[in-house]
Design a protein around this ligand. Structure first.
Ligand SMILES: *Cc1c(COP(=O)(O)O)cnc(C)c1O
Length: 443
């Protein structure tokens, strides 16, 4: 009725009043007053159209804040670098750097002289400092882009000599050979799936060779009757060796003894190393290029470099990650099984006190996302009936676990300890809502 509608409209709170809501006041600091005000006005319109009640205007405005999307997810899959979950979680310092760089920033300006300066020089300097064996470094959009740039500059119209055992598919339909051929380079496949020798490479190398490519089979292992040729031997064949290590491990780490690293590859004679920023380095999506000064300069000068360049947010996050490499990824890798067991046990108890039974079970976590294939990390998980998987995935925040033999495992290795409380509340909400025999409040 008209009267009722008018009444409701009168009750729509004024913009100034809505903006005093602490959640919106905090958002003003992040997004600026104009952005937040626009969101409030949008919520008032919805109330005027009768879509929400006047009392709901502040909540609707908060829900519509830009910061509320994309939603953070609790990664209890036991896969530390999950490509579907955005691979590495950034460290606090990297997140702060991204926020600081979001406004105007001197990404290409020297504030001391007022002159134009090299784009992202601090990030590049941090990368160079982290890998002293690299004479020069460059950063592009992702690992694939670093390979495209190298193949275009060094091998368009020429041969890339590569072992048949290293023509890999990285992720959903992403096949390295297709990517390399898209640049106009020819693949000169040598050896077999399981065995490739120095003689195989040696036969194939000639005047038409752009470079030899050594690819880390980063998401599978070949066992048994196998031979591969190390970079140190390939480097004796008189053509550049490009090593695609994938994972972004910059120096050897005792925790992952079989994982190739940039420094060792360069010391072994690789002319160029390519890697991702968001795998084991634990930073933002980026493609790292490290190697000979002349070669890196040629990559940097190529017109394609401009199309593959990274934005200021990536540069900020990358620099922060390189300066403080104690990232969530490495905290998860280094967490002791004892710590993980204690956390799982505490969660089980807290959930038990609220009247719900869960179990603590041993689990095996993996690095994932193209790193350390075959490495299993001892871990602990909270086990629930598998039927809760969907409700947890659709919860707020979404919790992703792993279903194993009809049980949903919530593996704690990939969950930062500060998320334990969030996880406990999310699990309880779902257990209370979807227990098979209805709500269990009176149990
Ligand atoms: C992950 C990976 C790539 C692709 O890197 P993106 O950053 O995903 O583009 C290429 N090569 C190897 C060996 C990899 O592991």
């Amino acid at each position: 009725m008209r009267e009722g509608a008018t009444d409701a409209r009168r009750r729509i709170p004024r913009t100034d009043l809505v903006l005093t809501d602490p959640r919106l006041a905090a958002a003003v600091a992040t997004f600026g007053r104009a952005r937040v005000k626009a969101v409030v006005v949008g919520a008032q319109h919805r109330a005027r159209r009768g879509e929400i009640r006047p009392e709901e205007v502040p909540d609707a405005a908060v829900a519509a804040l830009p910061g509320n999307r994309p939603r953070p997810v609790v990664n209890a899959t036991g896969v530390l670098l999950h490509t579907n979950l955005g691979r590495a979680a950034l460290s606090t310092s990297a997140v702060e750097a991204v926020v600081a760089a979001a406004g105007y920033t001197a990404v290409e300006l020297d504030l001391a002289t007022g002159q134009r300066a090299q784009r992202g020089r601090e990030a590049l300097a941090a990368l160079a400092a982290a890998v002293p064996a690299a004479a020069a470094v460059h950063v592009v959009n992702n690992g694939a882009a670093s390979l495209v740039l190298a193949a275009t500059v060094l091998a368009a119209g020429r041969d890339i000599v590569v072992s048949r055992g290293e023509l890999v598919e990285i992720g959903d339909g992403f096949r390295l050979p297709d990517l390399l051929e898209s640049t106009g380079a020819r693949l000169r496949e040598v050896g077999t799936t399981n065995r490739t020798t120095l003689a195989d490479y040696s036969w194939a190398v000639g005047a038409a060779t752009g470079f030899i490519l050594k690819v880390h089979p980063s998401n599978f292992v070949v066992r048994g009757f196998t031979t591969a040729v190390p970079v140190r031997e390939l480097a004796t064949l008189g053509v550049p060796v490009v090593a695609d290590i994938g994972s972004g491990l910059l120096a050897p780490d005792p925790l992952l003894p079989d994982e190739p690293d940039a420094a060792s590859m360069l010391r072994a004679g690789a002319a160029l190393v390519t890697a991702s920023g968001d795998k084991l380095l634990g930073g933002p999506q980026a493609g790292l290029l490290l190697g000979d000064a002349d070669l890196v300069e040629r990559l940097r000068q190529h017109p394609l470099a401009r199309a593959l360049r990274v934005d200021k947010l990536t540069l900020a996050a990358l620099e922060a990650t390189l300066r403080d490499q104690d990232t969530p990824t490495w905290q998860a890798l280094r967490a002791g099984p004892g710590q993980l067991h204690d956390r799982a046990e505490r969660l089980r108890q807290a959930i038990g006190e609220a009247g719900h039974k869960t179990e603590v079970v041993g689990s095996l976590a993996v690095v994932g996302g193209g790193g350390a294939p075959g490495v299993e990390l001892e871990s602990w998980a909270l086990a629930l009936p598998a039927l809760y998987a969907e409700a947890l995935r659709q919860g707020d925040p979404p919790v992703l676990g792993r279903v194993e033999r009809d049980r949903l495992l919530l593996d704690l290795r990939g969950v930062p300890p500060e998320q334990d409380d969030t996880l406990r509340r999310a699990v309880l909400r779902v257990l209370q809502r979807c227990a098979p025999d209805g709500p269990t409040r009176n149990r």
